[in-house]
Write a protein that binds this ligand. Sequence first.
Ligand SMILES: [Zn+2]
Length: 108
Amino acid sequence: MDFNKHSIKLVQNCPVCTRKYQQNRVQILEAFGNSFLAYLTCNFCNSNLIVKVISMSHGLVGNAILTDLSPEEVMSFSDGDKISSDDILNVHQSINNNEIINNLKINL
Ligand SMILES: [Zn+2]
């Protein structure tokens, strides 16, 4: 499978400036079996897009998000620990207790 060719076809234009992506600014960050993760950088406005593509029996399915992360940061988050339900509860509790807001006020 030519990942670069397929990712270019799925996302042809930059969602920010609408100009066409250049193939030399596409990086494949990960490839697993029938899926891959690509990182596209626009030649004109330098915005970055992360694209996840999965090859299904009925064709290619993909989603994309704009990001300000570098390719290295994307991979470090991808390899990091998963968010647990305790992590969510801790954030929820901190918000309820205004700990986050109070910490922000102190730092301002
Ligand atoms: Zn652009």
